[in-house]
Design a protein around this ligand. Structure first.
Ligand SMILES: [Zn+2]
Length: 416
């Protein structure tokens, strides 16, 4: 008889694993601060590995510290079916961003074991290193190295503000590894990757829908703008003779805000950092630097938005301050594999769970994995769409529903 993996998912067990994980890096109000490769994050990984060893799952680690927990299939030489996410967090975060994807994946491995299901392909749950990019830059580091879009040697040299390098911080993993664990330079790409995650937006909760079938991740472009004027005495230089960089930068940023006032709210335009130099109370600002974060699900719209940004900055240049812009990151929109989207929809339907298709506003490890193999994501609702906050919250039954869909999707793929 065909056993369905979702019947082995236990809502209580999945919830209690979240509660146990939330003890690592605990801060006020039930939140966590568990930045990549700190003692707290390494301990959280150690807890997970402890559970994995009790179950007899195989443990492997690669050169950037990604952990792979494997439940072997009947044909171990075939490429595996992979799920996972991250255990690192922002400095004042909740218990679900990242942790949910790891623990839902682990729940599926346990469900398969409890039901005695033998899959054709192996099923793996992965903990990606440094997704958040708080302590070490850039984020999505582990998944980026895994898929080859970030260079290992360069990433190992990335340093935290306190001077510790990724290479040095990785030695902390020795504490939680055992002699039987595999240490691999590189782990082969999976057959398919599916990541479960809280939505981090309000759509599912507002519509009372249990499952988000993620269609892709919007593209992102980051820029640095520099406006250069002339420093001078606040009391003596006549207004007409000034080259006030702040005044020019404020006018420029207002033009940009007006340009991107999008009634459909599809284009996300953010100025997140604004620095004024030299910063003396009685000195006319000589230089302003600010950042622009531009996001949209369509590449063509992003390109038009970039053109508008550059044109607006060019128009401001020399009137009277110099203004220039540098693009520091361009990540094209991610479109998840249509057959994976269809499989997640079909399994949600079979479980009679209300579901809808939606794009992801935030970046995820799945974005990197989509370079390497067919990829998809399952979203579950979170309270008021809040994340990256100690107020982040999700409901036990929603987490379990997402894990049931994940279980059946992974099972189907692992039988192929
Ligand atoms: Zn996340």
């Amino acid at each position: 008889m065909y056993k369905t993996a979702s019947t082995g998912v236990q809502a209580e067990r999945l919830w209690s694993r979240h509660v146990q994980m939330s003890q690592f890096g605990r801060i006020c109000d039930g939140g966590v601060n568990r930045q990549a490769l700190t003692r707290e994050e390494v301990d959280a990984r150690g807890q997970l590995l402890g559970w994995a060893r009790e179950r007899g799952f195989r443990v492997a680690v690669d050169a950037i510290g990604n952990l792979f927990i494997t439940r072997a299939g009947r044909e171990p030489n075939l490429s595996s079916i992979m799920t996972g996410s991250h255990l690192d967090t922002q400095p004042a975060a909740g218990n679900f961003d990242g942790a949910y994807g790891v623990l839902a994946g682990f729940e599926v491995l346990e469900a398969l074991s409890d039901l005695g299901i033998t899959t054709r392909r192996s099923v793996q749950t992965t903990v990606w290193t440094n997704e958040e990019g708080v302590r070490f830059a850039p984020g999505l580091m582990g998944s980026g190295v895994f898929t080859g879009s970030l260079a290992l040697t360069q990433m190992l040299q990335s340093r935290a503000p306190d001077g510790v390098s990724v290479a040095e911080a990785l030695t902390g993993l020795e504490r939680i590894l055992r002699p039987g664990d595999e240490r691999l330079q590189h782990v082969p790409a999976p057959h398919t990757y599916i990541e479960a995650h809280i939505e981090q937006g309000p759509v599912l909760e507002e519509r009372g829908v249990a499952v988000g079938v993620v269609t892709g991740i919007q593209g992102i472009r980051l820029y640095e703008v520099e406006v250069t004027g002339e420093e001078g005495h606040a009391g003596t230089v006549p207004v007409g003779a000034r080259k006030d960089a702040l005044r020019a930068a404020v006018r420029l940023s207002n033009s940009l805000y007006a340009e991107f006032a999008d009634p459909g709210e599809e284009t996300r335009f953010t100025i997140g950092r604004f620095t004024v130099a030299p910063g003396g109370r009685s000195t006319i600002p000589g230089r302003v630097e600010f950042s622009i974060d531009l996001r949209h699900p369509e590449l063509s719209v992003l390109e038009i938005a970039e053109r508008k940004t550059i044109d607006t900055i060019d128009e401001c240049n020399g009137r009277p301050c110099a203004a220039s812009v540098t693009r520091v990151l361009a990540r094209k929109p991610t479109y998840f594999a249509p057959h994976v989207i269809e499989l997640i929809s079909a399994e949600s339907r079979r479980l009679e769970l209300p579901h809808l298709h939606l794009p992801s506003g935030a970046g995820h490890d799945a974005m990197m994995l989509s370079d390497a193999c067919p990829t998809g994501m399952i979203f579950v609702p979170c309270k008021e769409g809040i994340s990256h906050s100690v107020r982040e919250s999700a409901r036990k039954e929603d987490l379990a529903a997402g894990a049931r869909v994940l279980a059946n999707v992974l099972q189907k793929l692992a039988m192929q």
